[in-house]
Design a protein around this ligand. Structure first.
Ligand code: NAP
Length: 248
């Protein structure tokens, strides 16, 4: 078992939160890691330092996943530094929460642009890399909210359930190239995204979780490492819920 030792892995939105955890976990496992960020430059370089301090290899690259040209430019820089990638983790995501009756077209478009548009752009730009890799892996980070819906998150829930259909379809199309595509659907996880939710609402959510706690980033990253590794080579088109036992 080689795990992900010889893989080149791109994690979108890896400057903070779950993406940061995935990038450091990949780096510690010996992969070459690309830490993508949009605005948090200092944090992205911290992630690179952390990976290098653990003996790994990483670069930080700025690109807004909503902008196709920026993602293409990132591919050029990755190819120069490491060559083609083997693993793409579509992790970058945002929330703009409003009750549907107060949701504006801008609120809707912003979340669709990042959470679905960004996934389209990165998957499109790196499709050939994944297709041609000996251990190609596409991993899309969805959410339990895509399975259950959530008050005030019609835009976000739509994007996260959209990833299920996208992942299953790409899995079918990539299968002939022996490349897999899977989705991880985390439950509520302790990151800046959850910190934006008010204390009272957080407590109500916590009560609905059978394990009665929010996920630590590390609860999610091990599953992503498994999906990126050679141990998951017969698993494709799946959604892995990592949510403390919440119902689908
Ligand atoms: P977070 O702490 O808010 O971090 C979001 C990351 O995405 C940041 O690194 C940010 O980069 C990046 N990002 C946002 N827009 C981007 C863009 N247009 N281009 C490139 N990067 C962009 O969020 P998180 O909680 O770690 O969430 C990560 C993923 O997990 C998301 O897809 C989210 O939907 C999903 N998820 C989260 C939870 C949760 O409870 N936290 C639960 C289920 C699923 P910059 O700071 O550099 O802009």
């Amino acid at each position: 078992m080689e795990g992900i030792k010889s893989q080149t892995c791109l994690v979108t939105g890896a400057s903070r939160g779950i993406g940061r955890g995935i990038a450091t976990e990949f780096g510690e496992a010996g992969a070459e890691v690309v830490v993508n960020y949009r605005t948090s430059e200092a944090e992205a370089y911290d992630v690179v330092d952390e990976i290098e301090a653990a003996g790994g290899s990483a670069i930080a690259l700025q690109a807004d996943v909503c902008e196709f040209d920026e993602v293409e430019a990132m591919r050029e820089r990755i190819h120069k530094a490491f060559g083609p990638i083997d693993v793409l983790v579509n992790n970058a995501g945002v929330t703009v929460d409003r009750k549907f009756e107060n949701m504006t077209c801008e609120n809707w478009d912003r979340v669709i642009d990042v959470n679905l548009g960004g996934v389209f752009n990165a998957t499109k730009v790196f499709y050939d890399d994944l297709k041609e890799s000996d251990q190609g892996r596409l991993i899309n980070i969805s959410s339990v909210v895509g399975q259950q819906g959530n008050y005030g998150q019609a835009n976000y829930a739509t994007t996260k359930s959209g990833l299920f259909g996208f992942t299953r379809t790409i899995a079918l199309e990539l299968a002939r190239h022996d490349t897999t595509a899977n989705c991880v659907a985390p439950g509520f996880t302790k990151t800046d995204m959850l910190a934006d939710v008010g204390e009272g609402v957080q407590e109500k959510i916590r009560q609905r979780i059978p394990l009665k706690r929010f996920a630590e980033v590390e609860d999610i990253t091990g599953i992503v490492r498994f999906l990126a590794s050679d141990e998951s080579s017969y698993m494709t088109g799946q959604v892995l819920g990592v949510n403390g036992g919440m119902e689908w």
